[in-house]
Design a binder for this molecule. Structure first.
Ligand code: SAH
Ligand code: SF4
Ligand code: F3S
Length: 478
C-alpha cells in the first residue's frame, strides 16, 4: 500500500525529470487477465483527465478487457476523478456510494478510483475507513503500473492502493485509445508549478515537466498519417512549455514547428496570461492552421484579489495582453475562467471583475464560486462572504457573460464559417454537430458522410451557446 502524502506533494526540488521510454509493460502472462470481461471508465474533470482515460482504456484493452456499454454490466468500473472543486468531489463520493449495491449484487465486480482525487491524502484516508467495497485506488503518477495492480486485485484478490506523491517523471510509452478519429489530445507537458493559492492541481499532478519536442512531433506525425484533422496541445499552463527543458525552446517555437506540419487545425489549452509572449501571438497570427481561439483565464479583475490568488499579473496587464491578441488576430475568439467569492472579495473587487468583462466582452466563460481545497493557502484565508452573496455575484456575472456571449455569436449570423463535423447532434438526430475554427458549437443539417470533414457552413440561427447552420455547396476539405 502506498498512500498519498500532502506534504510531499507540495515539495518542488531540483530532482531531474526522467524521460522513461520503457516503464510501461504488459508481460505475456498478464495479457489475458481481462479475457471475457468488460470495463467501464467514467471520467470527471478536465481534458487532462479525458486524455488519461484514453490511456487507461488502451491499457485495459492490452489486458484483453472489452469496453462495456454501460456501468451496470461492466466487470471492472473505474472512476477517473477530479478534485478541483467540492462539487466534483461530492459527485464522486455519491457515485462510490451508489456502486456499493452493484458490488453487493456482483461480488466479483472490481471497483476502482484514479485521477486527481486519488492523489488527495484525506480522500484516500476516507476511502480506507468508509468505503471497503473499493478494490483499487491509483494516482495520476501510477497509470503505467495498472497491469500489475490489476494482477494483484484480480488474481490475488488483494485490495490495491498505490498513489505516489512524487514530483513526477515523463513516461513516454503508455498506449492510447483515442475517443475520436478526427480530433486528438496531445499532452505537451504535465503538472503545474504556479501554485495559485486556491488550486489543488500542483499537488495532484506534480511538478511542471515538458515532454521532449521530438516525442511530441513524432506523435503528431503519426496522427497526420492516420487522417486526424485537429490536435489540441494540452497542459495546465501550456505557455510555460519548454521552460524546464531547454530555455531557448519555447511554446512559440513548438507552435511554429507544429504549424508547419500538415495538420488542418491546431489548438492549445490552457494559457496562463503570465507566460503569454509576443512571439506566441505572432506565431498564432501567422499560421492559418493555428485556430483563432484562446482560453485566457482571468480569475478576477481586482489587483488586490489577483495578488491574493498568486496569479502574478494585474488587471491592466491582462487587458493589455487581451488587446494585443485582438489587434494581431482580429477574428480571435477569447474565453475565460472566473472565480467569484474568493476570500476577502468585496463588492468593489467584484465590480472590477465585471469591468474587465465589459472590456473583454468574452465569447464565453466558465464561472465558479470559490471552493476551499484542503491544503491550499486560500483554504485557510478568512472568508467573510455569505453563500447567498456568492450566489448573487455568480448570477450577476453570468448574466453579463451570457449577454456578451450572445452578442459575440450574433456576429456569425449569415456568415460562412469552417466547421469540423464530428458527430450526430445530441439535440437533433437529423443534424450533425461540430466546431468552428473559433470553437463555436454549430448544428448543421447534413448527411452523415460529412462526419470527419471540415465543411463550409452558413449560419442561420444564433443562440447563446450554439449556432445552427446549413451546408454551403463547397466542401473545403474532406
Ligand atoms: N491551469 C488553468 C486552470 C485549470 S483549473 C489556469 O491556470 O488557467 C480550471 C479552473 O477552475 C480555473 O481556471 C479556476 O477558474 C477554477 N478553479 C480552480 N480551483 C478552484 C477553486 N478552488 N475554487 C473555484 N474554482 C477553482
Ligand atoms: Fe491551478 Fe494556477 Fe496551475 Fe492553473 S496555473 S493549474 S489555476 S495552480
Ligand atoms: Fe480536475 Fe485534476 Fe483536471 S483536479 S481539473 S482533473 S487536473
Amino acid at each position: 500500500m502506498q498512500l498519498p502524502n500532502l506534504k510531499e506533494a507540495k515539495i518542488r526540488n531540483k530532482t531531474k525529470v526522467r524521460i522513461l521510454t520503457d516503464l510501461y509493460r504488459v508481460p505475456e502472462e498478464l495479457s489475458k487477465i481481462g479475457f471475457g470481461k468488460t470495463y467501464f471508465v467514467k471520467t470527471y474533470g478536465c481534458q487532462m483527465n479525458e486524455h488519461d482515460t484514453e490511456n487507461i482504456k488502451a491499457i485495459l484493452e492490452e489486458l484483453s478487457y472489452l469496453p462495456a456499454n454501460d456501468m451496470e454490466n461492466a466487470d471492472l468500473i473505474l472512476l477517473n476523478t477530479c478534485a478541483i472543486r467540492e462539487n466534483a468531489h461530492n459527485k464522486v463520493f455519491g457515485m462510490i456510494g451508489r456502486m456499493k449495491h452493484l458490488k453487493e449484487q456482483r461480488p466479483n465486480l472490481i471497483l476502482g478510483i484514479c485521477g486527481c482525487m486519488a492523489q488527495e491524502q484525506s480522500v484516500v484516508e476516507e476511502i480506507l475507513q468508509k468505503y471497503k467495497h473499493l478494490d483499487l485506488v491509483f494516482g495520476t503518477h501510477n497509470i503505467y503500473n495498472l497491469p500489475f495492480l490489476l494482477e494483484k486485485v484480480v488474481q490475488k484478490k488483494e485490495r490495491q492502493i498505490e498513489v505516489e506523491s512524487k514530483e513526477g517523471d515523463v513516461i513516454e510509452n503508455i498506449p492510447v485509445k483515442r475517443d475520436s478519429k478526427y480530433k486528438a489530445w496531445i499532452n505537451i507537458m504535465y503538472g503545474c508549478d504556479k501554485f495559485c493559492t486556491y488550486c489543488i492541481v500542483p499537488y495532484t499532478r506534480g511538478k511542471q515537466r515538458s515532454r521532449r519536442k521530438e516525442d511530441i512531433l513524432k506523435e503528431i506525425s503519426v496522427l497526420i498519417k492516420e487522417g486526424y484533422k485537429e490536435i489540441t496541445l494540452l497542459g495546465q499552463n501550456v505557455n510555460a512549455y519548454g521552460k524546464d527543458l531547454d530555455p531557448d525552446y519555447t511554446m512559440a517555437d513548438l507552435l511554429e514547428e507544429v504549424a508547419q506540419m500538415k495538420i488542418e487545425r491546431i489548438r492549445f489549452v490552457t494559457s496562463h496570461p503570465w507566460d503569454f509572449t509576443d512571439e506566441m501571438i505572432a506565431v498564432i497570427a501567422k499560421y492559418p492552421n493555428i485556430m483563432p481561439y484562446i482560453h485566457l483565464p482571468l480569475q478576477s479583475g481586482s489587483d488586490r484579489i489577483l495578488k491574493r490568488m498568486g496569479r502574478r499579473y494585474t488587471k491592466e496587464e491582462y487587458i493589455t495582453l487581451y488587446q494585443k491578441i485582438k489587434a494581431a488576430i482580429p477574428n480571435c475568439a477569447i474565453t475565460t475562467d472566473i472565480i467569484v467569492g474568493f476570500p476577502g472579495e468585496t463588492e468593489e473587487d467584484f465590480r472590477e471583475t465585471l469591468d474587465v468583462v465589459d472590456v473583454c466582452k468574452y465569447d464565453g466563460a466558465y464561472t465558479f464560486i470559490f471552493s476551499p481545497r484542503e491544503g491550499t493557502p486560500a483554504a485557510s484565508m478568512e472568508d467573510f462572504i455569505s453563500m447567498d452573496e456568492k450566489n448573487q455575484r455568480l448570477y450577476r456575472l453570468n448574466e453579463k457573460i451570457n449577454t456578451y456571449s450572445h452578442e459575440a455569436n450574433e456576429k456569425y449570423l449569415d456568415q460562412v464559417v469552417p466547421v469540423l463535423l464530428e458527430q450526430i447532434s445530441e439535440k437533433d438526430e437529423n443534424m450533425l454537430a461540430g466546431y468552428t475554427d473559433t470553437m463555436k458549437l454549430v448544428n448543421v443539417k447534413a448527411d452523415t458522410k460529412y462526419i470527419g470533414t471540415i465543411v463550409n457552413v452558413r449560419i442561420k440561427k444564433v443562440k447563446t451557446w450554439s449556432l445552427d447552420g446549413e451546408l454551403e455547396e463547397v466542401v473545403v476539405n474532406c
